[in-house]
Design a protein around this ligand. Structure first.
Ligand SMILES: [Zn+2]
Length: 560
């Protein structure tokens, strides 16, 4: 047994399957906590010897104790707002969307706009819902509903009118207005075209955002999460202030690194502002030391940057290679400057050209500034050219993956594989290849794009397949069949990616991410030993108790 200080424990968790994520001692039975840190890890007898009259003892009854989960790419304040607004993210059909929207409109008669979102592209033909369908539900008020990817929005005629979007409106450089056969806006706005409406939306108040963050935090603690990297701080919402305000009031119980939003319509002059924002952001468990650069969009609407052109809906190759949101040569300069200023760069790099451009930019920074420990990372990594896989390790770049997407659901079958063609479609989500090539792997959910539940995410990482409660069962849904099964990772790798892997990204691995003496007692109790059950059952597991520095931040109602 390792014991840092002698004396009795404040809290003892005994009789458990303690999986430590510490290679020196992966398994133990019990843990003692003193003053918010892990004081001892050992057998039941060893820990029980530290139990005194004032020690709280939790009998784990064979259930699993893990380090608190950490999410490397997530959007809690916006997701929390969505939970509070017209929330479509738990539904999966046009009928359900219609019901939820109608119900929300009738119960919120005073909302000038109806906002929220979370619809799924594959529910609609071509991924593009129409204004007429929305007009039939809400004719009198503007409606603006981003999809669950946040890369497109469904709007009604009133919203288009308020934003003065007509057939004469030109597409912005970084987006597209979906149009009908007559050239009229048809009701879907892609990428940068969303900001045409965004600009006329009522301002979300500071109180709304703080409420959103705290609702989100409670949800995440209930899923066993104790830390995350917020992938967009600032940008559409002033969420730097949201985090700082909640941290100052001691209401931020999670550890959070914020990735400050890189405005792609501006250049290097914004770096001074980012430095200022970083300087004022270090409060409590929060700091904003990362910068988020969106390098491309998504495949389903042809905005992800690919090396060879997309194949069209008709099966014929197009000339479209997607969009590099930042010019790749300029990107090298920006990343070199950010790297010199000590910022970690968090890229959205989804398809293979964006991945290559991001790696090239980091390589340029290395060449100019030499090596450092900033841990730049690339999120999404849907398509990675095989030649680029070894570069993650060579350049010390973390692969920040969203495993729930690695399945054959309708969007993959209808809106991805046909557009990529067979060769590239097989390069998707190459988690095992990255691990074999020595890359560090971190996992994140991209909530509210996908479920924030790390156990569901791990289920897909390990099985490369969905589970009955998630698969929607449409004719195009093959998500229960394994998708590129050679890219499965084992459970230990998946747990590592959601604990130490993400802690590494957040520079928190010295104080969290594993159950070791001296680290914070950020812990989660899961209802079963995941390693003792078949991989096909990971999705059935759930978090029962979540602790941050030994304090309960979530207790399941049925936890005894
Ligand atoms: Zn994201």
């Amino acid at each position: 047994m390792t014991d840092r200080t002698s004396g009795t424990a404040d809290l003892a968790l005994v009789n458990g399957a303690v999986y430590t994520v510490d290679t020196a001692r992966p398994w133990a039975e019990a843990v003692a906590v003193r003053q918010g840190t892990i004081a001892a890890v050992g057998t039941d007898d060893e820990i029980r010897s530290q139990v005194g009259a004032d020690t709280e003892v939790i009998d784990l009854r064979g259930r699993m104790l893990l380090p608190g989960f950490q999410d490397a790419h997530i959007h809690p304040p916006a997701a929390g707002l969505e939970m509070l607004r017209c929330n479509l993210s738990d539904a999966y059909s046009r009928e359900d969307y219609a019901r939820i929207i109608t119900e929300y409109a009738s119960t919120h008669p005073d909302d000038a706009w109806i906002t929220g979102g979370g619809w799924s592209m594959d529910v609609f033909p071509g991924g593009t819902p129409t204004r007429q369908e929305l007009d039939a539900l809400v004719p009198d008020r503007p409606v603006f509903l981003p999809n669950r990817d946040g890369h497109g929005a469904w709007v009604n005629s009133r919203a288009l009118e308020m934003a003065a979007i007509t057939r004469e409106t030109r597409d912005p450089a970084d987006g597209r207005i979906e149009r009908d056969a007559n050239g009229d806006p048809s009701g879907t706005l892609h990428e940068g075209a969303m900001s045409l409406v965004d600009d006329v939306l009522p301002v979300t108040s500071a109180e709304d955002l703080e409420e959103g963050l705290l609702v989100a935090q409670a949800h995440l603690h209930a899923l066993g999460l104790t830390a995350w990297q917020d992938a967009i701080v600032g940008g559409p919402y002033p969420t730097l202030e949201t985090y700082v305000a909640c941290a100052e009031r001691n209401e931020l119980t999670a550890r959070v690194v914020g990735a400050l939003w890189w405005d792609r319509h501006r250049g290097a002059q914004q770096i001074e502002e980012l430095i200022d924002q970083r300087a004022k952001s270090s409060v409590g468990r929060f700091r904003a030391t990362s910068v988020k650069i969106m390098q491309d969009g998504i495949i389903e609407n042809f905005t992800a940057a690919v090396l060879e052109p997309y194949i069209g809906l008709d099966g014929v190759p197009t000339t479209n290679r997607g969009i590099s949101f930042v010019d790749p040569e300029l990107l090298k300069g920006y990343v070199t400057q950010l790297d010199r200023e000590g910022f970690q760069v968090h890229f959205h790099a989804l398809a293979e050209r964006a991945v290559r451009e991001a790696l090239d930019a980091i390589e340029a920074a290395r060449r100019a500034n030499g090596p450092n420990d900033l841990r730049h990372h690339l999120a999404h990594l849907q398509v990675v050219h095989p030649d680029d896989i070894p570069r993650f390790r060579e350049l010390n770049v973390v692969a920040n993956a969203q495993p729930l997407w690695a399945m054959s659901e309708g969007q993959m079958v209808n809106l991805t594989i046909p557009f990529l063609g067979p060769e590239r479609a097989a390069w998707q989500y190459p988690f095992a290849s990255l691990v074999r090539a020595g890359a560090s792997l971190a996992f994140g959910s991209d909530w509210s794009v996908s479920s924030a539940d790390p156990l569901l995410e791990m289920h897909v990482a390990v099985n490369r397949a969905s589970f009955p409660s998630y698969a929607y069962g449409g004719a195009d849904d093959h998500s229960l069949e394994p998708f590129l099964p050679q890219e499965r990772v084992d459970l230990a790798t998946a747990v590592h990616a959601f604990t130490m892997g993400s802690a590494f990204v957040n520079h928190l691995e010295d104080v969290t991410g594993s159950i070791e003496v001296g680290k914070y007692a950020d812990l989660v109790v899961v209802d079963r030993n995941l390693f003792a059950h078949p991989a096909s059952e990971i999705h059935e597991a759930r978090a029962l108790l979540t602790l941050v520095e030994g304090e309960r931040v979530f207790t399941a109602p049925d936890f005894r």
